[in-house]
Design a protein around this ligand. Structure first.
Ligand code: KG4
Ligand code: ZN
Length: 334
Protein backbone atom coordinates (compact mmCIF):
# COMPACT_ATOMS: atom_id res chain seq x y z
CA UNK A 1 0.00 0.00 0.00
CA UNK A 2 1.24 3.52 -0.83
CA UNK A 3 -0.50 6.36 1.01
CA UNK A 4 0.25 9.94 -0.03
CA UNK A 5 -0.89 13.02 1.84
CA UNK A 6 -1.56 16.14 -0.24
CA UNK A 7 -1.47 19.65 1.19
CA UNK A 8 -2.67 22.82 -0.56
CA UNK A 9 -2.39 26.33 0.92
CA UNK A 10 -1.48 28.49 -2.10
CA UNK A 11 -4.29 31.01 -1.73
CA UNK A 12 -7.25 31.14 0.67
CA UNK A 13 -8.25 27.49 0.97
CA UNK A 14 -6.59 25.26 3.53
CA UNK A 15 -6.85 21.75 2.13
CA UNK A 16 -5.55 18.23 2.78
CA UNK A 17 -6.30 14.93 1.08
CA UNK A 18 -5.09 11.33 1.07
CA UNK A 19 -4.57 9.12 -1.99
CA UNK A 20 -4.04 5.41 -1.35
CA UNK A 21 -2.67 3.30 -4.22
CA UNK A 22 -3.80 5.94 -6.69
CA UNK A 23 -7.37 6.17 -5.37
CA UNK A 24 -8.68 9.17 -3.45
CA UNK A 25 -9.40 8.20 0.18
CA UNK A 26 -10.31 11.63 1.62
CA UNK A 27 -10.42 15.31 0.69
CA UNK A 28 -10.95 18.14 3.17
CA UNK A 29 -11.16 21.82 2.18
CA UNK A 30 -11.61 24.61 4.68
CA UNK A 31 -12.24 27.93 2.97
CA UNK A 32 -11.68 31.23 4.73
CA UNK A 33 -14.81 33.40 4.97
CA UNK A 34 -12.75 36.24 6.51
CA UNK A 35 -11.96 37.60 3.00
CA UNK A 36 -15.58 38.14 1.90
CA UNK A 37 -15.89 41.44 3.78
CA UNK A 38 -12.83 42.79 1.92
CA UNK A 39 -14.09 41.74 -1.54
CA UNK A 40 -10.89 39.78 -2.22
CA UNK A 41 -8.14 37.73 -0.60
CA UNK A 42 -6.07 39.59 2.03
CA UNK A 43 -2.69 37.77 1.97
CA UNK A 44 -1.76 38.39 5.61
CA UNK A 45 -5.14 37.15 6.85
CA UNK A 46 -4.89 34.11 4.55
CA UNK A 47 -1.57 32.99 6.04
CA UNK A 48 -2.84 33.50 9.59
CA UNK A 49 -5.88 31.35 8.85
CA UNK A 50 -3.71 28.67 7.22
CA UNK A 51 -1.65 28.50 10.44
CA UNK A 52 -4.81 28.04 12.49
CA UNK A 53 -6.34 25.47 10.15
CA UNK A 54 -3.48 23.35 8.81
CA UNK A 55 -3.21 20.90 11.72
CA UNK A 56 -6.97 20.20 12.16
CA UNK A 57 -7.51 19.94 8.39
CA UNK A 58 -4.68 17.39 7.97
CA UNK A 59 -5.91 15.43 11.00
CA UNK A 60 -9.41 15.27 9.54
CA UNK A 61 -8.10 14.12 6.14
CA UNK A 62 -6.12 11.31 7.81
CA UNK A 63 -9.07 10.32 10.00
CA UNK A 64 -11.48 10.20 7.05
CA UNK A 65 -9.01 8.10 5.06
CA UNK A 66 -8.54 5.74 8.02
CA UNK A 67 -4.75 6.17 8.10
CA UNK A 68 -2.33 7.28 10.81
CA UNK A 69 0.63 9.62 10.30
CA UNK A 70 2.93 6.57 10.41
CA UNK A 71 1.07 4.98 7.47
CA UNK A 72 2.06 7.78 5.10
CA UNK A 73 4.62 6.98 2.40
CA UNK A 74 5.06 10.56 1.17
CA UNK A 75 3.90 14.11 1.81
CA UNK A 76 3.05 16.14 -1.30
CA UNK A 77 2.54 19.86 -1.13
CA UNK A 78 1.94 22.88 -3.37
CA UNK A 79 5.12 24.99 -3.48
CA UNK A 80 3.96 27.52 -6.07
CA UNK A 81 2.57 29.53 -7.71
CA UNK A 82 0.57 31.43 -5.10
CA UNK A 83 0.84 33.85 -2.19
CA UNK A 84 4.26 33.56 -0.52
CA UNK A 85 2.97 33.65 3.06
CA UNK A 86 0.23 31.16 2.30
CA UNK A 87 2.52 28.75 0.46
CA UNK A 88 5.03 28.87 3.30
CA UNK A 89 2.54 27.61 5.87
CA UNK A 90 1.70 24.44 3.91
CA UNK A 91 5.27 23.92 2.72
CA UNK A 92 6.87 24.34 6.16
CA UNK A 93 4.31 22.03 7.71
CA UNK A 94 4.83 19.43 4.94
CA UNK A 95 8.62 19.58 5.30
CA UNK A 96 8.41 19.12 9.07
CA UNK A 97 6.04 16.18 8.69
CA UNK A 98 8.10 14.50 5.94
CA UNK A 99 11.28 14.93 7.98
CA UNK A 100 9.66 13.68 11.19
CA UNK A 101 8.19 10.61 9.47
CA UNK A 102 11.32 10.07 7.37
CA UNK A 103 9.31 9.86 4.13
CA UNK A 104 9.85 11.72 0.83
CA UNK A 105 8.59 15.25 0.26
CA UNK A 106 6.96 15.77 -3.15
CA UNK A 107 6.63 19.38 -4.35
CA UNK A 108 3.70 19.96 -6.70
CA UNK A 109 3.11 22.94 -8.96
CA UNK A 110 -0.42 24.22 -8.25
CA UNK A 111 -1.21 24.32 -12.00
CA UNK A 112 0.04 20.76 -12.36
CA UNK A 113 -2.30 19.92 -9.49
CA UNK A 114 -5.28 21.40 -11.36
CA UNK A 115 -4.24 19.38 -14.39
CA UNK A 116 -4.21 16.17 -12.36
CA UNK A 117 -7.76 16.87 -11.16
CA UNK A 118 -8.63 15.20 -14.48
CA UNK A 119 -7.27 11.97 -13.01
CA UNK A 120 -9.55 11.87 -9.97
CA UNK A 121 -12.12 9.42 -11.31
CA UNK A 122 -14.15 9.34 -14.48
CA UNK A 123 -12.65 8.74 -17.90
CA UNK A 124 -9.02 9.89 -17.96
CA UNK A 125 -7.72 11.84 -20.97
CA UNK A 126 -5.30 9.98 -23.20
CA UNK A 127 -1.96 11.47 -24.23
CA UNK A 128 -1.36 13.81 -25.92
CA UNK A 129 -4.13 16.17 -24.83
CA UNK A 130 -4.74 19.90 -24.60
CA UNK A 131 -5.57 21.29 -21.19
CA UNK A 132 -7.08 24.71 -20.61
CA UNK A 133 -6.30 25.91 -17.08
CA UNK A 134 -8.71 28.71 -16.14
CA UNK A 135 -8.63 29.98 -12.58
CA UNK A 136 -8.49 33.16 -10.53
CA UNK A 137 -4.76 33.53 -11.15
CA UNK A 138 -4.17 31.79 -14.48
CA UNK A 139 -5.55 31.27 -17.95
CA UNK A 140 -3.42 29.15 -20.21
CA UNK A 141 -3.60 26.36 -22.74
CA UNK A 142 -1.09 23.58 -22.31
CA UNK A 143 -0.23 20.64 -24.54
CA UNK A 144 0.41 17.60 -22.34
CA UNK A 145 2.68 15.23 -24.20
CA UNK A 146 3.63 12.84 -21.40
CA UNK A 147 3.37 12.56 -17.61
CA UNK A 148 4.86 15.87 -16.34
CA UNK A 149 5.72 16.92 -19.91
CA UNK A 150 4.01 20.20 -20.81
CA UNK A 151 4.23 22.78 -23.55
CA UNK A 152 2.38 26.07 -23.01
CA UNK A 153 0.71 27.10 -26.27
CA UNK A 154 -0.82 30.36 -25.05
CA UNK A 155 -1.78 32.31 -21.98
CA UNK A 156 -3.44 35.53 -20.88
CA UNK A 157 -1.43 38.69 -21.40
CA UNK A 158 -3.19 40.49 -18.51
CA UNK A 159 -6.04 39.36 -16.24
CA UNK A 160 -6.95 35.71 -15.69
CA UNK A 161 -10.49 34.74 -16.69
CA UNK A 162 -11.50 34.14 -13.06
CA UNK A 163 -10.03 37.50 -12.09
CA UNK A 164 -12.22 39.14 -14.76
CA UNK A 165 -15.28 37.34 -13.35
CA UNK A 166 -14.41 38.53 -9.84
CA UNK A 167 -13.69 42.14 -10.84
CA UNK A 168 -16.87 42.40 -12.90
CA UNK A 169 -18.81 40.78 -10.06
CA UNK A 170 -17.55 43.56 -7.82
CA UNK A 171 -18.59 46.23 -10.36
CA UNK A 172 -22.06 44.66 -10.47
CA UNK A 173 -22.28 44.75 -6.66
CA UNK A 174 -22.09 40.97 -6.26
CA UNK A 175 -20.35 39.29 -3.30
CA UNK A 176 -16.81 37.87 -3.64
CA UNK A 177 -15.96 35.70 -5.49
CA UNK A 178 -18.00 37.02 -8.41
CA UNK A 179 -17.48 33.98 -10.69
CA UNK A 180 -20.01 31.62 -9.12
CA UNK A 181 -22.47 34.50 -8.53
CA UNK A 182 -22.39 35.59 -12.18
CA UNK A 183 -22.74 31.97 -13.28
CA UNK A 184 -25.75 31.50 -10.98
CA UNK A 185 -27.52 34.51 -12.51
CA UNK A 186 -26.50 34.20 -16.17
CA UNK A 187 -28.95 31.42 -17.16
CA UNK A 188 -31.88 33.68 -16.19
CA UNK A 189 -30.56 36.59 -18.29
CA UNK A 190 -30.50 37.61 -21.94
CA UNK A 191 -26.97 37.08 -23.28
CA UNK A 192 -27.62 39.45 -26.21
CA UNK A 193 -28.65 42.36 -23.93
CA UNK A 194 -25.22 44.05 -24.30
CA UNK A 195 -22.61 42.95 -26.78
CA UNK A 196 -19.41 43.42 -24.80
CA UNK A 197 -16.27 43.44 -26.96
CA UNK A 198 -14.40 40.18 -27.50
CA UNK A 199 -10.62 40.55 -27.59
CA UNK A 200 -8.96 38.04 -29.89
CA UNK A 201 -5.18 38.18 -29.95
CA UNK A 202 -3.02 36.46 -32.51
CA UNK A 203 -2.49 32.75 -31.89
CA UNK A 204 -3.68 31.23 -28.64
CA UNK A 205 -3.11 34.15 -26.23
CA UNK A 206 -5.92 35.82 -24.29
CA UNK A 207 -6.70 39.26 -22.88
CA UNK A 208 -9.48 39.94 -20.41
CA UNK A 209 -8.70 43.47 -19.27
CA UNK A 210 -10.68 45.00 -22.18
CA UNK A 211 -13.96 43.39 -21.28
CA UNK A 212 -13.58 44.37 -17.63
CA UNK A 213 -13.07 48.01 -18.71
CA UNK A 214 -16.02 47.75 -21.13
CA UNK A 215 -18.30 46.74 -18.25
CA UNK A 216 -16.94 49.63 -16.16
CA UNK A 217 -17.55 52.15 -18.98
CA UNK A 218 -21.02 50.73 -19.56
CA UNK A 219 -21.95 51.24 -15.89
CA UNK A 220 -20.34 54.71 -15.77
CA UNK A 221 -22.83 55.92 -18.40
CA UNK A 222 -25.46 55.96 -15.64
CA UNK A 223 -25.87 58.32 -12.70
CA UNK A 224 -25.67 56.59 -9.30
CA UNK A 225 -29.46 56.35 -8.94
CA UNK A 226 -29.95 55.25 -12.53
CA UNK A 227 -27.32 52.56 -12.12
CA UNK A 228 -29.02 51.10 -9.06
CA UNK A 229 -32.36 51.05 -10.89
CA UNK A 230 -30.76 49.56 -14.02
CA UNK A 231 -29.04 46.80 -12.06
CA UNK A 232 -32.26 46.00 -10.23
CA UNK A 233 -33.93 45.17 -13.53
CA UNK A 234 -31.01 43.99 -15.69
CA UNK A 235 -28.44 42.35 -13.39
CA UNK A 236 -29.11 38.88 -14.80
CA UNK A 237 -28.91 40.21 -18.39
CA UNK A 238 -25.54 41.84 -17.70
CA UNK A 239 -24.22 38.65 -16.09
CA UNK A 240 -25.39 36.65 -19.10
CA UNK A 241 -23.88 39.14 -21.59
CA UNK A 242 -20.52 39.22 -19.79
CA UNK A 243 -20.36 35.45 -19.34
CA UNK A 244 -21.20 34.84 -23.01
CA UNK A 245 -18.32 37.10 -24.08
CA UNK A 246 -15.76 35.42 -21.79
CA UNK A 247 -16.89 31.95 -22.82
CA UNK A 248 -16.65 32.88 -26.49
CA UNK A 249 -13.08 34.15 -26.03
CA UNK A 250 -12.01 31.02 -24.16
CA UNK A 251 -13.59 28.64 -26.65
CA UNK A 252 -12.11 30.56 -29.60
CA UNK A 253 -8.61 30.22 -28.07
CA UNK A 254 -9.11 26.52 -27.51
CA UNK A 255 -10.41 26.04 -31.06
CA UNK A 256 -7.26 27.71 -32.39
CA UNK A 257 -5.08 25.42 -30.27
CA UNK A 258 -6.97 22.41 -31.64
CA UNK A 259 -6.42 23.66 -35.19
CA UNK A 260 -2.73 24.33 -34.51
CA UNK A 261 -2.03 20.90 -33.01
CA UNK A 262 -4.68 18.67 -34.52
CA UNK A 263 -5.37 17.37 -31.00
CA UNK A 264 -9.05 17.00 -30.10
CA UNK A 265 -8.58 15.38 -26.70
CA UNK A 266 -9.37 18.28 -24.35
CA UNK A 267 -9.20 18.87 -20.60
CA UNK A 268 -10.71 21.86 -18.81
CA UNK A 269 -9.54 22.56 -15.23
CA UNK A 270 -9.32 25.31 -12.58
CA UNK A 271 -12.01 27.29 -10.75
CA UNK A 272 -13.61 28.67 -13.92
CA UNK A 273 -14.06 25.12 -15.27
CA UNK A 274 -17.05 25.02 -12.91
CA UNK A 275 -18.75 27.61 -15.14
CA UNK A 276 -21.97 26.24 -16.62
CA UNK A 277 -21.74 28.38 -19.76
CA UNK A 278 -18.20 27.22 -20.49
CA UNK A 279 -19.06 23.57 -19.85
CA UNK A 280 -22.06 23.73 -22.21
CA UNK A 281 -20.01 25.51 -24.89
CA UNK A 282 -17.42 22.73 -24.76
CA UNK A 283 -20.17 20.12 -24.87
CA UNK A 284 -21.39 21.75 -28.07
CA UNK A 285 -17.87 21.68 -29.53
CA UNK A 286 -17.66 18.01 -28.61
CA UNK A 287 -20.67 17.33 -30.83
CA UNK A 288 -19.90 19.86 -33.56
CA UNK A 289 -16.14 19.29 -34.00
CA UNK A 290 -15.89 15.87 -32.35
CA UNK A 291 -13.76 17.02 -29.40
CA UNK A 292 -13.45 14.61 -26.49
CA UNK A 293 -13.90 16.86 -23.46
CA UNK A 294 -12.81 16.00 -19.92
CA UNK A 295 -13.81 18.13 -16.94
CA UNK A 296 -13.26 17.34 -13.26
CA UNK A 297 -16.15 16.77 -10.91
CA UNK A 298 -17.46 20.09 -9.58
CA UNK A 299 -15.86 19.63 -6.15
CA UNK A 300 -12.41 19.29 -7.75
CA UNK A 301 -12.65 22.40 -9.96
CA UNK A 302 -11.90 24.93 -7.21
CA UNK A 303 -8.73 24.71 -5.14
CA UNK A 304 -8.45 21.42 -3.24
CA UNK A 305 -5.77 19.01 -2.07
CA UNK A 306 -7.15 15.91 -3.80
CA UNK A 307 -5.53 17.15 -7.00
CA UNK A 308 -2.23 17.76 -5.18
CA UNK A 309 -2.28 14.26 -3.66
CA UNK A 310 -3.14 12.77 -7.07
CA UNK A 311 -0.23 14.59 -8.76
CA UNK A 312 2.01 13.78 -5.76
CA UNK A 313 1.18 10.08 -5.99
CA UNK A 314 2.12 9.96 -9.67
CA UNK A 315 5.32 11.92 -9.05
CA UNK A 316 6.26 9.55 -6.25
CA UNK A 317 5.71 6.57 -8.56
CA UNK A 318 7.98 8.25 -11.12
CA UNK A 319 10.66 8.91 -8.47
CA UNK A 320 10.21 12.68 -8.77
CA UNK A 321 10.67 13.58 -5.11
CA UNK A 322 11.94 16.90 -3.76
CA UNK A 323 14.75 17.86 -1.38
CA UNK A 324 13.81 19.29 2.03
CA UNK A 325 15.44 22.52 0.81
CA UNK A 326 12.44 23.04 -1.53
CA UNK A 327 11.38 26.69 -1.44
CA UNK A 328 8.04 28.44 -1.90
CA UNK A 329 7.94 29.89 -5.43
CA UNK A 330 5.14 32.45 -5.77
CA UNK A 331 5.68 32.86 -9.53
CA UNK A 332 6.40 29.21 -10.37
CA UNK A 333 5.59 28.34 -14.00
CA UNK A 334 4.45 25.03 -15.36
O1 KG4 B 1 -8.76 27.40 -9.09
P1 KG4 B 1 -9.34 28.37 -8.11
O2 KG4 B 1 -10.16 27.83 -6.98
O3 KG4 B 1 -8.21 29.24 -7.47
C1 KG4 B 1 -7.12 29.69 -8.19
O4 KG4 B 1 -6.16 28.90 -8.38
O5 KG4 B 1 -7.20 30.85 -8.65
O6 KG4 B 1 -10.19 29.41 -8.96
C2 KG4 B 1 -10.90 30.43 -8.35
C3 KG4 B 1 -11.57 31.26 -9.44
C4 KG4 B 1 -12.23 32.52 -8.91
O7 KG4 B 1 -11.85 33.60 -9.73
C5 KG4 B 1 -13.72 32.23 -9.06
O8 KG4 B 1 -14.52 33.37 -9.26
C6 KG4 B 1 -13.73 31.34 -10.27
O9 KG4 B 1 -12.60 30.51 -10.10
N1 KG4 B 1 -14.95 30.53 -10.37
C7 KG4 B 1 -15.87 30.67 -11.34
C8 KG4 B 1 -16.90 29.75 -11.07
N2 KG4 B 1 -16.58 29.08 -9.93
C9 KG4 B 1 -15.37 29.57 -9.52
N3 KG4 B 1 -15.90 31.50 -12.41
C10 KG4 B 1 -16.95 31.39 -13.23
N4 KG4 B 1 -17.98 30.54 -13.02
C11 KG4 B 1 -18.00 29.70 -11.98
N5 KG4 B 1 -19.00 28.85 -11.78
ZN1 ZN C 1 -6.23 27.03 -8.27
Amino acid sequence: MAAVLGIETSCDDTAAAVVIDGALASSVVSSQPVHIQYGGVVPELASRDHQRLIVPVVRQALREAGVAYEDLDAVSVTHGPGLAGSLLVGLSYAKGLAWGLDVPLVGVNHLEGHLYSLFLGGQEPSLPFLCMIVSGGHTQIVKVTEDFGYETLGRTRDDAAGEAFDKVGKLLGLPYPGGPEIDRRAPAGDASFVRFPRTHLKGVDFSFSGIKTAVLYYLNEFSDEERVAHLEVHLDDLCASFQAAVVEMLVRGLARAVKQTGIKEIGLVGGVSANSGLRSALDRMAVKDRWTVHVPEMRYCMDNAAMIAAAGYRKLQAGRVSPLSLTAQPALKL
